[in-house]
Design a protein around this ligand. Structure first.
Ligand code: G1P
Length: 271
């Protein structure tokens, strides 16, 4: 049973400036709940209650969110306003939270490697909070865990995107098995349309085996001069150790304004 889930949250969120000048992008609310809380709830629903953040400067609000706020809570104690805190209090009861800092922004691969000190030598989940995932029954991370339990290798969530958008994603190719899972044999980080092997884009949900840390240590900077998790996963894929899963549910790319607004409308209508 995988208990640990890593949240790389050190990124600047430049696409949302000026909103993210002093506030972490992961604290942007979809209706009345910050993005990062949706992610942690998804992890907790998958049984991952050991939450590890790779954080950075200007991100203290995330730590404060997953803690008690004495003065405020004392003030509203015994009033109906306490109901607003039910969801976050449940998470705080259920989970532990640990933090380490990524000192310089050297890419998602570097962020995940920075998290090694919190994860250790066991398989773990990774959630990128600005990909907000929603499904009627099992959450996306829980779906990836089912695949991990069966095959015991790294698992990535993928979805088909228009070819005009492949340059925003890690893109995979592989052989499709009977159960619809894809046994990955190629991965490219943010390819041009003409170099993309397929239109199957990785979204921000991974289950990784801990050998990924040694691979990351030896992974040279790739696209954009940053250490890419996609490049490290390609090394595992060459050994037949990466499966891609087309998940059930939908994903909102809350890292851009259109996706953020779509998620807001969706969750508002569900209230
Ligand atoms: C990262 C990964 C990319 C993946 C994407 C999913 O890119 O590098 O492979 O497809 O997350 O959201 P970013 O969006 O951080 O640029």
């Amino acid at each position: 049973m995988i208990k640990k889930c890593l949240f790389p949250v050190a990124g600047y969120g430049t696409r949302f400036l000026p909103a993210t000048k002093a506030m972490p992008k992961e604290m942007m609310p979809i209706v009345n709940k910050p993005l990062v809380q949706y992610g942690v709830e998804e992890a907790a629903r998958a049984g991952m209650n050991n939450i590890a953040f790779v954080t950075g400067r200007n991100k203290r609000a995330i730590e404060d969110h997953f803690d008690i706020t004495y003065e405020l809570e004392d003030q509203i104690s015994g009033t109906s306003k306490e109901d607003y805190l039910i969801s976050i209090r449940a998470l705080i009861d259920q989970c532990t939270f640990s933090y380490t800092r990524q000192v310089s922004m050297k890419g998602l691969g570097d962020a995940i490697l920075t998290g090694e000190t919190l994860i250790g030598d066991s398989p773990f989940g990774v959630i990128l909070a600005d990909d907000l995932c929603e499904s009627d029954d099992k959450g996306v991370m829980a779906q990836l865990l089912d695949v991990y339990e069966k095959y015991r290798c790294s698992v990535v969530a993928v979805e088909e995107v228009p070819m005009s958008e492949v340059h925003n994603y890690g893109v995979i190719a592989g052989d499709v098995g009977d159960d619809g899972l894809i046994f990955v044999n190629n991965m490219v980080e943010k390819p041009n349309k003409k170099d993309a092997p397929t239109n199957l884009a990785i979204i921000g949900r991974y289950v990784l085996t801990p050998d990924i840390f040694d691979i990351l240590r030896n992974t040279a900077p790739g696209k954009g001069g940053e250490v890419q998790i996609t490049d490290a996963l390609l090394e595992q894929a060459k050994q037949g150790k990466v499966i891609a899963c087309k998940f059930n549910g939908q994903r909102f790319d809350c890292g851009n304004v259109d996706g953020f607004v779509a998620a807001t409308n969706y969750f508002y209508n569900k209230m």
